[in-house]
Design a binder for this molecule. Structure first.
Ligand code: SF4
Ligand code: SF4
Length: 312
């Protein structure tokens, strides 16, 4: 019989124990019949419940009883736990595995929202040190390297953590960019960071002429996206990460981004492009990793496929 592990997550934003009568705790069959509890209210969680995954039998009663749909409980094969890379906390999202870094290739990461693609990109950029499931203690680079020893990830993270990889990361939430760069005209921002001397190519390929004299605070979502994609291309890096480079753009603008990435990305670097647009990744990526899971509960990644096999 296959051994199963539980992943029980609670969306604490949606949990309102003061309004619901706490059916999740009251109706749990383990709480009713055993001398221990599978779910109980926790002081640490400010009076909201916690689920003990080692006691829970994944009957799903609390999931059905919760009027706010705050609970998800799934069973996964126990061996999947060996691939646990990061967990945000008790009863929080779990990330299993990472897209494989392949030097000199564009790795496209395809999959729906909410299953950890952006978390994986933060880990690959070095901005988030994964806790390998030890969310109760500080995340340690040594633990990450130990985890990956003997795998293709070790070389990448070893170089990354030694500062031997320069990373540029186009984040998913571009609306945060004006909060960091409060003022500045597009043309000046781009010229200031033009490490690869590609300013003219970027402006031409992304059709940015009409926005060059605009202040960053006045850009539309689509213009901001093009600015951030262009700025990422202008930097000289060993790792390029583009998280959703086509959101806010219509089909014509997407094609421009596609052409700019195809023409200007240096094919000697590690390159990751996350997108939900199948056609986009089919065109641009050399290799495809498929992300799957349940939004807000867990996410995992396939091995790398050739682009054609991955898309099929
Ligand atoms: S899934 Fe079933 S056993 Fe697990 S906490 Fe909910 S009610 Fe209890
Ligand atoms: S998880 Fe649902 S049923 Fe349980 S306390 Fe929160 S809102 Fe109530």
């Amino acid at each position: 019989m296959m051994l199963m592990a539980r992943v029980a997550t609670i969306d604490y934003e949606m949990c309102h124990p003061d309004k619901c009568g706490i059916p999740c705790v009251r109706f749990c069959p383990i709480n009713k019949t055993k001398p221990y509890k599978a779910i109980e209210l926790s002081e640490e969680k400010k009076g909201k419940p916690v689920i003990y995954e080692d006691k829970c039998i994944a009957c799903g009663i609390c999931v059905k009883k919760c009027p706010y749909k705050a609970i998800t409980v799934v069973n996964l094969p126990e061996e999947v736990e060996e691939n646990l890379i990061h967990r945000y906390g008790q009863n929080a999202f779990k990330l299993y595995g990472l897209p494989t870094p392949v030097e000199g290739k564009i790795v496209g990461v395809l999959g729906p929202n909410g299953i950890g693609k952006s978390t994986a990109m933060k880990i690959l950029s070095g901005s988030l040190i994964p806790n390998i499931g030890h969310f109760e203690s500080e995340s340690l680079k040594e633990r990450v390297l130990d985890k990956f020893r003997g795998t293709v990830y070790y070389d990448y993270f070893n170089k990354l953590y030694q500062g031997k990889l320069k990373v540029v990361h186009k984040i998913q939430y571009i609306e945060l960019v004006p909060k960091h760069i409060k003022k500045g005209v597009v043309e000046e921002i781009l010229k200031r960071i033009d490490e690869r001397k590609l300013y003219k190519d970027v402006v031409e390929l992304l059709a940015m002429d009409s926005m060059l004299r605009k202040d960053i605070s006045l850009l539309s979502g689509g213009e901001l996206q093009k600015l951030v994609v262009g700025a990422t291309l202008l930097r000289d890096a060993d790792v390029y990460i583009f998280d959703e480079p086509t959101s806010f753009l219509d089909i014509r603008e997407r094609l421009k981004v596609l052409m700019a990435l195809d023409r200007l990305l240096p094919r000697k670097s590690y390159i990751f492009i996350v997108d939900h647009d199948l056609m986009f990744l089919d065109y641009i990526a050399d290799l495809i990793v498929v992300a799957f899971g349940i939004s807000g509960s867990y996410g995992m990644f396939s091995k790398v496929y050739s682009a054609k096999a991955g898309i099929d």
